[in-house]
Structures are given as C-alpha cells and as structure tokens.
Design a protein around this ligand. Sequence first.
Ligand code: FNR
Length: 188
Amino acid sequence: MSYKVGYFIGSLSSQSINRTLSTALIHYAPDALEFTEITTGDLPLYNRDLEGDLPAPARALKEAIAASQAVLFVTPEYNRSIPGTLKNAIDWASRPYGQNSFDHVPAAVIGASPGGIGTAVAQQSLRSVLSFCNARQMTAPEAYIQFKPDAYNEDGSVSDPDLEKILTTFMQEFHDHIERVLTVLPRH
Ligand code: FNR
C-alpha cells in the first residue's frame, strides 16, 4: 500500500539546508511513500477578516493537505522556535474553526541546523502546535540533525553511514506510523 505525503520546508531560502535534508529524506524513504511539497511562501499573513473568503493560496494549502494522507515538517530553528512562515501556514490550515486541516492527520517533524542543537527546541515548539491541531504525531524516533554540508550528495544520497541510518530509520518508522494511524482512521 502506498501513501501520499505532503511535506513542508520551514525555510524560504533557495540555499536552505532543510531543503537539502528533505531531498535526502525522500531519497532514503520507502518506495511506498509518495512525496509532494506543500509550499508556504505565497500565503498572506493570517488575518481572521479574510476567513470568510479564503485567499487563493490559503485555499490551495488546505486542498494540498486534504490531498495528502500524511504530512512531514522539515524545519529550521529560528530564535528557539519555528520560522514565522511555517507558523503562518499552520495557522491558515487550522482555520476556519471546525475545518482544521490537520485533524487526525499522521505527521512527523525533523530539522537541520548548523549548530549542535539540531533544531531540538524548534521541534518541541512545533510538536506543541501540532498537538493542539490534533495531528497524529510520530513521537519516536526523534532526529536532530547537525548539518554538515560535505555529507550530502547531489543525488540525495549521503556519504556518512551514521546519517544514512538515521534518515532511513526515521522514514521507515514514519511509514509504519502512517500505516498504523490510517488503519484506525482511514483517510481517502
Ligand atoms: C537562525 N539560526 C538558528 N539556529 C539554531 O540552531 N537555533 C536558533 O535559534 C537559530 N535562530 C535563527 C534565527 C534566525 C532569524 C535565522 C535567520 C537563523 C541559524 C539557522 O539554523 C541557519 O540559518 C539555517 O541555515 C536555517 O535553515 P535553512 O534556511 O538553511 O533551511
């Protein structure tokens, strides 16, 4: 059985190390996972006044999540939290009241930073937000990636065997998590 995974990259940078990480994650994911990026850069800042007639990018965001069977967040840490662009996207997707796009959706969180903390604090912050949004989060394994550029190859593979094991295990566990959640809570 294959599953559609929509993935968010918390960075808008064309040079994003989290985009590089996402490419490696997809490279090592089981074949049963199909990935589509869900973009956030064209969303206006969330404003309750706009909920009556959702802006087109917000509607597209909610449709992209609805078309996914699970969501993956690959995010940087900004000032010990998640980037505003990602929080803004989650806020849009969670509304209007009663139409929260993340309700019961299998989800996983990972991220990379140049520093040794490897986005640990941002991930905890994101987990808190996703808990409130009632996403079905994978709680383990956690992965806090200290980004070392030389380890990542153009084709998405990595040259560090320890990193390869972390990424492979993380994505296999995410696949198994999705399967378990969707067995109980089927989603198109
Ligand atoms: C950072 N960075 C950072 N790193 C970290 O480990 N903890 C932090 O709290 C922060 N805070 C922070 C705030 C802001 C506004 C910026 C721009 C950066 C550094 C960050 O990890 C680094 O710039 C990464 O390269 C960002 O990820 P992308 O955009 O390359 O994916």
